[in-house]
Design a protein around this ligand. Structure first.
Ligand code: FES
Length: 75
């Protein structure tokens, strides 16, 4: 697959999350995760740092294959 859109080839990955900060780092307490939580890795979620499914739109538009990190309790 070759990228067809110049807008998705910018060297900047984060285009919306807390742009005023020098580094976006988040801390989540394990106790607050519950049974399972999906964390965004596409930098496009409206519910950062959690995944809201926006990666699916990005993948469809660009041919990318991004997805969340899912943290869950052992079964
Ligand atoms: Fe970013 Fe799902 S919205 S990984």
């Amino acid at each position: 697959f070759a990228c067809k859109k110049a807008s998705c080839c910018s060297s900047r990955v984060n285009k919306k999350i807390r742009l005023g900060e020098g580094k976006v780092a988040d801390t989540v307490d394990v106790e607050d995760i519950g049974e399972k939580k999906a964390f965004c890795r596409c930098w496009k979620s409206e519910k950062w740092p959690y995944c809201d499914g926006t990666h699916g739109k990005h993948n469809k538009e660009t041919g990318d294959n991004l997805g969340p990190l899912i943290v869950k309790k052992k079964e």
